[in-house]
Design a protein around this ligand. Sequence first.
Ligand SMILES: O=C(CO)COP(=O)(O)O
Length: 259
Amino acid sequence: MDRKQLIVANWKMHKTPAEAAEDAAAIATALGRLPDHSSVALAPPFPALVPVRERLAQTQLLLAAQNVHSEAQGAFTGEVSAPMLKACGCDLIIVGHSERRAMANESDAMVQAKMKAAFQHEMGVILCIGESDSQRNEGQTFKVLDKQVREAVKGLSVTGVNSLVLAYEPIWAIGTGKTASVDQVQEVHAFLRETLADCFQTGLEKDLAKQTEILYGGSVKPSNIKDLMSMKDVDGALVGGASLNPETFVSLIRNGFDL
Ligand SMILES: O=C(CO)COP(=O)(O)O
């Protein structure tokens, strides 16, 4: 069983629905048919999900949401639930992004509940984890990541493991232009693969955990994606800034997938 390659555009709080739909169509047209085992997903802001989905019909591109609430419905002003995102045509949900952990105080327990909601409604999860600058400088990187992974996947079913993608995003590398070195990234990804397998008991779960795609995120650009993806345990990227311009993002994908 081979791992797949995946490159995801996280558009964060950028683009109106019309702009997002136009850019999605431009990306899909420029890419054409993708090789087997290589996928691309777009994560626009909530209001753009449906228009982007419409433009992605008949294409292989996947649609991702940037967040989800753990409950299916209720008095949660400003929140969006998993069944709503499913109805918008989402394939994946980004959960636990460091910006949400910092801005909205999302705890590991909340992240876990959000993941469960996504799986219950048959969507995949891109689980973001990563250490801060001070945690790395204090030698806490592996301890922090170990806790984030273990707390998030506690009680996860086989189906859950099967629908999980990890995204290692060191906070100090997000939007800073400071990319982690390929050796730093490989070291962390290998650690994450082992840690994830160690979270499960059965052979099947452990095998699935070892096959989990692990993406890197943090100042990924067309110029560094090839080197990052040449590392053994790097299966793709979660891209912020360099995904906003369709031409730049398409060239990043071409370099990453060797197209
Ligand atoms: O946070 C990120 C993707 O989720 C990374 O953002 P940048 O690519 O802008 O550093």
